[in-house]
Every structure is written in C-alpha cells, then in structure tokens.
Design a protein around this ligand. Sequence first.
Ligand code: DC
Length: 212
Amino acid sequence: MIIAIDGPAASGKGTLGKKLAAHYGLRHLDTGLLYRAVAKRVMDAGRRADDVAAAVAAAKTLDPAAFDEAALKTPAVGEAASVVSAIAEVRAALVTLQRDFAAKPPGAVLDGRDIGTVICPDADVKIYVTATPEVRARRRAAEYRANGRDITDAGVLADILKRDERDRNRAAAPLKQAPDAHLLDTTHLDIDAAIRAAIDIVEATRAGRGRD
Ligand code: DC
C-alpha cells in the first residue's frame, strides 16, 4: 500500500506520516527532508539558494542515509528549501529516489507537497492535510521553543505565509490538493484525533476499493 500525504508547511503531515506508517507497518519518507538537505548543502557551500547549478549538483548526489534531521529542521533551512524546491531540475533529480522508495514492498507513506499529484499519482490513499496558518504557526513555534529556539508565533506565521505563497505559486509541481485526495483539516483536532481521522480515511478508501 502507498499512502500519499500532502499539505502546507507545519500542517502536521510529518507526524501523521510517521504514525500512519507505524500503524500499517509501512516505511515512511518525509520528502521535505530531501529539499532541506539540498538547501543545506547549497548554504554550507556558501552559495545562494537560487543558485541553480549548485542546487542541482547537490540534488544529484544526496545521501538520505546521512541526513542529520535536527540540522535540517531549522527555520533558515526550511526557507531555503522552499527556494531550491521551485527549481524544476532539482525536483527532477529527486523523482526516482522517491518513486523507488514508494515501490519497495510492503509499501510506504510519503509526505510532501506533490506526492499525490506528481510522485505517486496512483497511490492507494491520498490525504491532503491542512489547518489555518495561525494554528500551524502556533504548533510549529511551540515545537521550536521546546527545542530551545527563541522564536515567536508571529515570526513563524510570517515565515509560513511566505513559504505557502511560494510553494503554491511556483510553476514546477506546486502544492495543491489532488482531485482524488481526501481533505483532512486538523485546525480543531489534536494529534490523536488527527491520526484517528487519517486511519478512518485509509480504512474507508480500502473498503471502498475492496482491498484487504
Ligand atoms: O515539509 P517541509 O517544511 O520540510 O518542506 C520544506 C520545503 O520543501 C517546502 O517549503 C517545499 C519543499 N517541498 C517540496 O517542494 N516538495 C515536497 N514533496 C516536499 C517539500
């Protein structure tokens, strides 16, 4: 089974992806980390995030096994990831890695922006996770503060709005809900309720398609 989860920044798709994968015994790929890793390598090389040659070279030589998740999950890397991910050649360089991950038995949960639309258009289940920008900012800011980062809700909100705008309006694989994706709005749901809702979607989809 392949489950595609898409949604805007800090919508909770990463947590949902991880929990759904554990629930169904599937592997999980947070595809945002791929773009973050490309961005970090470009930054570490002292180049600008919109340096196409540097970003494409980084994308072609990524090693997901060597990712340092904590170093990738910073606001600065997220912002730069949004810039490198608008480069069509960067996206193209990462397609095979993502599709190969999805295709390996017993299947996988992938979360990102274009999983249901571009990477796995034939996914068994597609979920589009969203929440209001204010709620997403509050949750992400709390996460940052728990990790010792000094940051306000308002600062995170500004960052989220800017990234949403860029991720939705780029030409290459913009963030959008696939026509056959189930909408999951977590604005008024805590994490346990969101996971239950996601499992309900998976179960209803499988029952509807007659899968076991
Ligand atoms: O989900 P995230 O915040 O870790 O993603 C960081 C950036 O990477 C996001 O702003 C857009 C980009 N991204 C993408 O374009 N496509 C994906 N499948 C995943 C992330």
